[in-house]
Design a protein around this ligand. Structure first.
Ligand SMILES: *Cc1c(COP(=O)(O)O)cnc(C)c1O
Length: 380
């Protein structure tokens, strides 16, 4: 991914920064668009990375937007996504966020609780309008991923549970400012076992039939996102297998011909095109291990500290020679500020450039100012 020209360019830049390979992003988008059956509508989950430069490419390919906050809806609108292509999920939408999204007439509010139905109806009534809603259902399907990014189990806070369905329908019949358009599901993130998506399809088939029997025919079925990427070997598989992913839904979903299918993919579109580039500040020889202390820390990339996430770490200044083990850590005053333990790298010195790979998703967007750190830059 990093040729000599690029590394020379990096030498002249202040670190740390995010580097985005826009050619790889474009190839990923093209592969996605090619693999998605024409009748499938794709939305990009802005929370993975909301940088306008990336959003521009994604929007230009005809992909819609999936938002989880009012500011994400705003960003999508500002970056040219059409209101009719924007969906808005989230367990805790504030009145301000709902009012803003109502003013934009977005395609769908993905409603996560009975209480939210009442509030949304009232706010729509105040504006003398009607909100399109999809019910976010908790399907109780295990995504077999890290517990912090599992969202579709009964113990999770997301979505409406099946035991509430009768109540939902009786409420909906009274809430005149809501327009029921469909069902929404999202079971988690970084899902590598595609059987989880098969299980999801089978649950969706049952739940869909239940609503149809009750004469609430969902026009839209939104299956969320969650397709995982290869963090271990980013160069072997830098674009996910989209045909295999969509093939599962083609094979197992049983819908009425007029029902439309939606997806909300985030990570698998942007993860591989981004790397966090940093410099080694110090080498410190510990008792059991050597530390390579970087000028980037958990303030720039929090995934390892937050959910023990693995990222491949490379010394791109020195790629040859005998390898040594380093604990690669940041400067932040927290012991969890560690990018990787016992990472094998050729001899590493002060000033070497270190690339932390597969950082395009849930990287820059989660960066923060703890320890009064500067904002992280982005380079394309
Ligand atoms: C985070 C999220 C997504 C995207 O998940 P990825 O794993 O990045 O594909 C989709 N839908 C909802 C509702 C989300 O919260």
């Amino acid at each position: 991914m990093f040729n000599e020209n690029l590394i020379n360019r990096f030498q002249s830049l202040e670190t740390p920064f995010y580097y985005y390979d826009l050619a790889l992003l474009q190839n990923t988008i093209d592969a996605l668009v090619k693999a998605a059956p024409a009748e499938y509508h794709i939305h990009y989950a802005l929370k993975a990375n909301a940088h306008p430069t990336l959003l521009e490419r994604i929007r230009a390919a005809g992909i819609g937007a999936d938002c989880v906050s009012g500011n994400e809806v705003k960003r999508a609108v500002e970056c040219g996504f059409k209101a009719e292509d924007i969906v808005f999920a989230g367990v805790g939408k504030s009145d301000k966020e709902i009012n803003y999204a109502l003013d934009q007439s977005i395609f769908s509010f993905n409603v996560e609780s009975l209480h939210e139905l009442q509030v949304l109806d009232q706010l729509s009534k105040n504006k003398n309008t009607k909100a399109n809603i999809a019910l976010r259902i908790n399907p109780n399907v295990d995504a077999h991923t890290h517990k912090y990014i599992t969202t579709g189990l009964e113990e999770n806070k997301f979505g409406i549970n099946p035991y509430e369905f009768d109540r939902v329908l009786s409420d909906l019949s009274n809430l005149k400012n809501l327009n029921f358009i469909g069902l929404h599901f999202h079971i988690g993130s970084q899902i590598l076992d595609l059987n989880a998506f098969k299980s999801l399809c089978l649950r969706v088939n049952e739940i869909n039939k239940w609503f149809i029997q009750k004469n609430y025919v969902p026009k839209h079925i939104n299956l969320g996102g969650g397709l995982g990427v290869n963090y271990r070997e980013p160069d072997t598989q830098n674009i996910v297998n989209f045909p295999e992913y969509f093939g599962i839904f083609k094979q197992f979903l049983e819908l009425l011909p007029e029902q439309k299918v939606h997806f909300e993919l985030g990570r698998c579109i942007v993860a591989q095109c981004g790397s966090l580039i940093s410099r080694v500040l110090y080498i410190k020889n510990g008792i059991n291990t050597n530390f390579a202390i970087l000028d980037a820390g958990m303030t720039e990339l929090i995934r390892p500290a937050l959910y023990q996430a693995y990222h491949k770490i490379e010394n791109i200044s020195n790629t040859k020679g005998k390898e040594f083990k380093y604990d690669v850590v940041g400067p932040i005053c927290e012991s969890s500020d560690c990018f990787g333990k016992a990472v094998l790298m050729p001899e590493t010195k002060r000033g070497d450039l270190i690339a932390i790979r597969t950082a395009g998703a849930y990287g820059e967007v989660m960066s923060n100012h703890y320890n009064l750190r500067d904002s992280v830059a982005s380079v394309f």
